[in-house]
Design a protein around this ligand. Structure first.
Ligand SMILES: [Zn+2]
Length: 218
Protein backbone atom coordinates (compact mmCIF):
# COMPACT_ATOMS: atom_id res chain seq x y z
CA UNK A 1 0.00 0.00 0.00
CA UNK A 2 1.33 3.43 -0.93
CA UNK A 3 0.37 6.42 1.23
CA UNK A 4 0.52 10.04 0.17
CA UNK A 5 1.28 12.48 2.99
CA UNK A 6 -0.96 15.40 2.05
CA UNK A 7 -1.15 18.71 3.92
CA UNK A 8 -3.45 20.47 1.49
CA UNK A 9 -0.65 22.64 0.06
CA UNK A 10 0.35 22.99 -3.56
CA UNK A 11 3.07 20.32 -3.55
CA UNK A 12 1.20 17.33 -2.16
CA UNK A 13 -2.06 18.33 -3.85
CA UNK A 14 -0.26 18.41 -7.21
CA UNK A 15 0.98 14.87 -6.59
CA UNK A 16 -2.58 13.85 -5.77
CA UNK A 17 -3.79 15.41 -9.01
CA UNK A 18 -1.17 13.54 -11.02
CA UNK A 19 -1.74 10.14 -9.46
CA UNK A 20 -1.64 7.26 -11.89
CA UNK A 21 -4.65 5.56 -10.33
CA UNK A 22 -6.85 6.83 -13.13
CA UNK A 23 -5.30 6.15 -16.55
CA UNK A 24 -6.82 9.35 -17.91
CA UNK A 25 -4.48 11.32 -15.64
CA UNK A 26 -1.42 9.78 -17.18
CA UNK A 27 0.34 11.28 -20.13
CA UNK A 28 3.76 12.65 -20.62
CA UNK A 29 3.97 15.03 -17.67
CA UNK A 30 2.86 12.59 -15.01
CA UNK A 31 5.08 9.93 -16.53
CA UNK A 32 7.99 12.31 -16.13
CA UNK A 33 6.99 12.94 -12.52
CA UNK A 34 6.86 9.21 -11.83
CA UNK A 35 4.01 9.56 -9.37
CA UNK A 36 3.28 6.08 -7.99
CA UNK A 37 -0.23 4.76 -7.66
CA UNK A 38 -1.73 6.21 -4.50
CA UNK A 39 -3.70 3.82 -2.31
CA UNK A 40 -4.35 6.10 0.62
CA UNK A 41 -4.04 9.73 1.64
CA UNK A 42 -2.88 10.69 5.12
CA UNK A 43 -3.49 14.11 6.60
CA UNK A 44 -2.22 14.91 10.09
CA UNK A 45 -3.76 17.39 12.52
CA UNK A 46 -0.91 18.33 14.84
CA UNK A 47 -2.65 21.38 16.26
CA UNK A 48 -1.61 23.76 13.49
CA UNK A 49 -3.62 26.98 13.15
CA UNK A 50 -4.44 26.13 9.54
CA UNK A 51 -5.81 22.66 10.25
CA UNK A 52 -9.39 23.47 9.26
CA UNK A 53 -8.40 24.83 5.86
CA UNK A 54 -5.75 22.19 5.25
CA UNK A 55 -8.25 19.42 5.88
CA UNK A 56 -10.83 21.08 3.64
CA UNK A 57 -8.27 21.23 0.82
CA UNK A 58 -7.29 17.59 1.22
CA UNK A 59 -10.93 16.55 1.22
CA UNK A 60 -11.54 18.64 -1.90
CA UNK A 61 -8.58 16.97 -3.61
CA UNK A 62 -9.71 13.46 -2.67
CA UNK A 63 -13.16 14.15 -4.03
CA UNK A 64 -11.93 15.96 -7.12
CA UNK A 65 -9.47 13.26 -8.11
CA UNK A 66 -11.65 10.27 -7.33
CA UNK A 67 -10.04 9.28 -4.07
CA UNK A 68 -12.86 9.98 -1.67
CA UNK A 69 -12.56 6.52 -0.22
CA UNK A 70 -8.80 6.88 0.11
CA UNK A 71 -8.77 9.49 2.84
CA UNK A 72 -8.64 6.59 5.24
CA UNK A 73 -6.39 8.05 7.86
CA UNK A 74 -6.17 11.23 9.82
CA UNK A 75 -4.06 11.46 12.94
CA UNK A 76 -4.55 14.06 15.67
CA UNK A 77 -1.61 15.15 17.78
CA UNK A 78 -1.23 18.15 20.06
CA UNK A 79 2.28 19.39 19.48
CA UNK A 80 1.44 22.93 20.57
CA UNK A 81 1.55 21.93 24.20
CA UNK A 82 5.30 21.71 23.71
CA UNK A 83 5.45 25.44 22.92
CA UNK A 84 6.80 24.79 19.45
CA UNK A 85 6.36 27.69 16.99
CA UNK A 86 3.62 29.72 18.76
CA UNK A 87 2.54 31.64 15.66
CA UNK A 88 2.14 28.48 13.69
CA UNK A 89 -0.34 27.30 16.25
CA UNK A 90 -2.22 30.59 16.50
CA UNK A 91 -0.99 31.31 20.02
CA UNK A 92 0.65 34.66 19.38
CA UNK A 93 -1.86 37.51 19.32
CA UNK A 94 0.84 39.98 18.18
CA UNK A 95 1.27 38.21 14.87
CA UNK A 96 0.53 41.29 12.78
CA UNK A 97 3.43 43.17 14.37
CA UNK A 98 6.10 41.15 12.74
CA UNK A 99 6.80 37.95 10.95
CA UNK A 100 9.89 35.88 11.37
CA UNK A 101 10.53 32.80 9.31
CA UNK A 102 11.43 30.83 12.40
CA UNK A 103 8.01 31.58 13.87
CA UNK A 104 6.56 29.06 11.46
CA UNK A 105 9.15 26.35 11.74
CA UNK A 106 7.89 23.22 13.43
CA UNK A 107 11.02 21.40 14.42
CA UNK A 108 11.49 18.15 12.50
CA UNK A 109 7.92 18.12 11.25
CA UNK A 110 8.70 16.05 8.16
CA UNK A 111 10.50 13.50 10.30
CA UNK A 112 7.37 13.22 12.46
CA UNK A 113 5.08 12.90 9.44
CA UNK A 114 7.23 10.21 7.81
CA UNK A 115 7.40 8.25 11.05
CA UNK A 116 3.62 8.33 11.37
CA UNK A 117 3.08 7.29 7.75
CA UNK A 118 5.50 4.38 8.09
CA UNK A 119 3.32 3.06 10.90
CA UNK A 120 0.74 2.43 8.16
CA UNK A 121 2.91 1.40 5.23
CA UNK A 122 6.48 0.82 4.08
CA UNK A 123 5.89 2.90 0.98
CA UNK A 124 5.08 6.58 1.31
CA UNK A 125 5.01 9.66 -0.91
CA UNK A 126 5.89 13.17 0.23
CA UNK A 127 5.86 16.47 -1.68
CA UNK A 128 9.48 17.47 -1.10
CA UNK A 129 10.96 19.44 -3.95
CA UNK A 130 14.07 21.23 -5.08
CA UNK A 131 13.17 24.62 -3.61
CA UNK A 132 16.45 26.28 -2.59
CA UNK A 133 14.79 27.92 0.41
CA UNK A 134 14.02 24.52 1.86
CA UNK A 135 17.70 24.43 2.74
CA UNK A 136 16.78 26.32 5.88
CA UNK A 137 14.85 23.29 7.11
CA UNK A 138 17.05 20.22 7.39
CA UNK A 139 14.19 17.76 7.13
CA UNK A 140 12.83 19.35 3.94
CA UNK A 141 15.88 18.51 1.85
CA UNK A 142 15.79 15.70 -0.66
CA UNK A 143 19.01 14.40 0.88
CA UNK A 144 17.19 14.09 4.22
CA UNK A 145 14.59 11.75 2.73
CA UNK A 146 17.21 9.66 0.94
CA UNK A 147 19.15 9.34 4.20
CA UNK A 148 16.02 8.53 6.20
CA UNK A 149 15.03 5.88 3.68
CA UNK A 150 18.47 4.29 3.88
CA UNK A 151 18.45 4.35 7.69
CA UNK A 152 14.97 2.82 7.91
CA UNK A 153 15.95 0.07 5.50
CA UNK A 154 18.86 -0.79 7.73
CA UNK A 155 17.23 -0.38 11.12
CA UNK A 156 13.88 -1.97 10.31
CA UNK A 157 15.51 -4.70 8.22
CA UNK A 158 12.99 -4.41 5.42
CA UNK A 159 12.56 -2.30 2.29
CA UNK A 160 11.09 1.11 3.06
CA UNK A 161 10.51 3.51 0.20
CA UNK A 162 10.03 7.27 0.48
CA UNK A 163 8.95 8.61 -2.91
CA UNK A 164 9.73 12.26 -3.69
CA UNK A 165 8.30 12.68 -7.21
CA UNK A 166 8.74 16.48 -7.19
CA UNK A 167 12.42 16.33 -6.29
CA UNK A 168 13.66 17.81 -9.56
CA UNK A 169 11.13 20.64 -9.64
CA UNK A 170 11.00 24.02 -7.94
CA UNK A 171 7.88 25.91 -6.85
CA UNK A 172 7.50 27.64 -10.21
CA UNK A 173 7.56 24.29 -12.04
CA UNK A 174 5.01 22.84 -9.65
CA UNK A 175 2.71 25.83 -9.96
CA UNK A 176 2.91 25.56 -13.73
CA UNK A 177 2.16 21.84 -13.66
CA UNK A 178 -0.72 22.27 -11.23
CA UNK A 179 -2.27 25.06 -13.29
CA UNK A 180 -2.09 23.01 -16.46
CA UNK A 181 -3.42 19.89 -14.77
CA UNK A 182 -6.49 21.58 -13.35
CA UNK A 183 -7.32 25.33 -13.43
CA UNK A 184 -9.15 24.95 -10.11
CA UNK A 185 -6.38 23.14 -8.30
CA UNK A 186 -4.21 26.04 -7.11
CA UNK A 187 -7.08 28.06 -5.66
CA UNK A 188 -8.26 25.02 -3.73
CA UNK A 189 -4.95 24.41 -1.98
CA UNK A 190 -4.08 25.98 1.36
CA UNK A 191 -0.54 27.11 2.15
CA UNK A 192 -0.90 29.83 4.81
CA UNK A 193 0.68 28.76 8.11
CA UNK A 194 -1.42 31.21 10.11
CA UNK A 195 -4.73 29.67 9.22
CA UNK A 196 -6.37 32.56 7.37
CA UNK A 197 -8.57 31.56 4.48
CA UNK A 198 -7.11 32.99 1.29
CA UNK A 199 -3.80 33.63 3.07
CA UNK A 200 -2.34 36.18 5.47
CA UNK A 201 0.17 37.37 2.85
CA UNK A 202 2.79 37.72 5.60
CA UNK A 203 4.02 34.28 6.54
CA UNK A 204 6.80 32.62 4.56
CA UNK A 205 4.44 30.26 2.75
CA UNK A 206 2.12 33.11 1.70
CA UNK A 207 5.02 35.26 0.51
CA UNK A 208 6.34 32.43 -1.62
CA UNK A 209 2.91 31.65 -3.00
CA UNK A 210 2.11 35.31 -3.72
CA UNK A 211 5.44 35.76 -5.47
CA UNK A 212 4.72 32.78 -7.67
CA UNK A 213 1.23 33.93 -8.41
CA UNK A 214 2.39 37.48 -9.17
CA UNK A 215 0.75 39.19 -6.22
CA UNK A 216 2.28 42.16 -4.45
CA UNK A 217 3.35 41.51 -0.87
CA UNK A 218 1.22 43.40 1.60
ZN1 LIG B 1 0.11 33.12 5.50
Amino acid sequence: MTILLCGGGLDSMTILAFSHSDPSWGGEVSQRLKVPKIDSVLWVDYGQAASKYEKASVQWGCLRYGKKEMLTSSVTLDIKVMGNSPKMFGLDKNFKQGVNKQDFYVRNRNLMLCTLAIMYSDEIIIGAHAEPKSGAYPDAKISFFRGLEKSLNTLLRKPVRIHTPLQNLDSYDILDLASRRDPELVSNTHSCCVGIKGGCHQCGKCKMRDAHLGFQFR
